[in-house]
Design a protein around this ligand. Structure first.
Ligand code: IMP
Length: 213
């Protein structure tokens, strides 16, 4: 069974491919099938992921898997949220820049010193559709709680990881090995939940009208 992955990120393509292969799915990147990038205009992770998955399926006629993720900070009312990748961007043509995003996050939190205000969570939503108009998409979420640190630490991970402090470990996400991060992270949790749902999918065959058949 072939499935299109609605992402151009090589790291995600590898992770998704590894997850899907044992379940009998052959994952193909949307770029390889000529799928144009889809805009992410919604205000929730699930809506963005759903739109990306439906778009990739519509363009290819294949089942599709998409994800959307970001960092939500309590004192900032959930920002940067769905805008995490482009938080510091001032025009649509400007490239994504992790360093600038982190500088903006730190500046926005300057007046907040209490750990409770600096509480944050990473969120990841994965959406799988059997076809573009699938009435029952499979949705898997993961959340990872932390605190925005006073100073960056560590060189691993990417994005906001050097600032994402895990009080129970006494380390930031950038100080974890890839395995340690995958075991705990929002993306790792969502992937494991999705894998569980896909494992049972073959048992619940659909007859095309959305009703179990
Ligand atoms: P997207 O899911 O590729 O749209 O990524 C959203 C953005 O959220 C990334 O560019 C990062 O800024 C942030 N983000 C999501 N997951 C992580 C993570 O595990 N570590 C650090 N930043 C993340």
């Amino acid at each position: 069974m072939k499935l299109v992955i609605a992402s151009g990120n090589p790291g995600k393509l590898r992770e998704f491919g590894e997850l899907l292969a044992p379940l009998g799915w052959e994952a193909v990147a949307q770029d390889a099938l000529g799928v144009p990038e889809c805009s992410e205009t919604h205000c929730s992770f699930v809506e963005n992921a759903l739109e990306k998955a439906r778009h990739a399926s519509r363009c290819t006629g294949l089942p599709a898997l998409a994800d959307d993720s970001g960092l939500c900070v309590r004192a900032l009312g959930g920002a940067p949220g769905v805008h995490s990748a482009r938080y510091a961007q001032t025009s649509p043509s400007e490239a994504k820049d992790d360093e600038k995003n982190n500088a903006k996050l730190v500046a926005e939190l300057a007046g907040f010193t209490a750990p409770a205000d600096r509480r944050a969570r990473y969120v990841c939503v994965l959406v799988f559709v059997r076809r573009a108009d699938d009435p029952q998409p499979i949705i898997a979420e993961g959340e990872w709680e932390g605190v925005i640190a006073d100073a960056p630490r560590g060189t691993g991970g990417f994005g906001y990881d050097p600032w994402f402090f895990l009080p129970e470990l006494g380390r930031t996400a950038a100080e974890l090995s890839p395995e340690e991060k995958n075991r705990r992270s929002h993306r790792g949790q969502a992937l494991r939940r999705l894998a569980e749902r896909l494992r049972t999918l073959a048992e619940a065959e659909y007859d095309g009208d959305g009703a179990p058949g």
